[in-house]
Unconditional design. Sequence first.
Length: 150
Amino acid sequence: MRDMRVTTDQALADLLYRTQTIALLGISLKPERPSHRVFHFLCDAGFHVIPVNPGLAGKQLAGRPIVADLAAAAAHAPIDMVDVFRNSQFLPDVAAQALAVGAKSLWTQLGVVHDAAIETALTGGLDVVVDRCPAIEMPRLEAAGHRTRP
């Protein structure tokens, strides 16, 4: 089995380039929260972003309904990437859910690391990005000459 851990600049750019729909897990309605800012960044970059947070399900963010879980997100559209803004302790369950809904990749935000969950995702065939932020990586990659969007 090939290691699908995405670490090189080219692999990161390729992953972003082929991603259309992102389930952003752990969305906040508070503008000062990183998940809120990254949600808007990704929407502005042209991704279809589905906000996910069980405590905010039924509310709206930027005209998009917030859903309770990844299964509800997958009911809206096939998920290319799950972007995780949750405490690392929840990552094993998130990885299992991402596999269950047929996501193609798992991206954990800065500080979100759980080795066993990452192994589960990799073993299940997901491309995995660990401890990075797309709102940081995309401008960096583009400045280096990589295309991250079609």
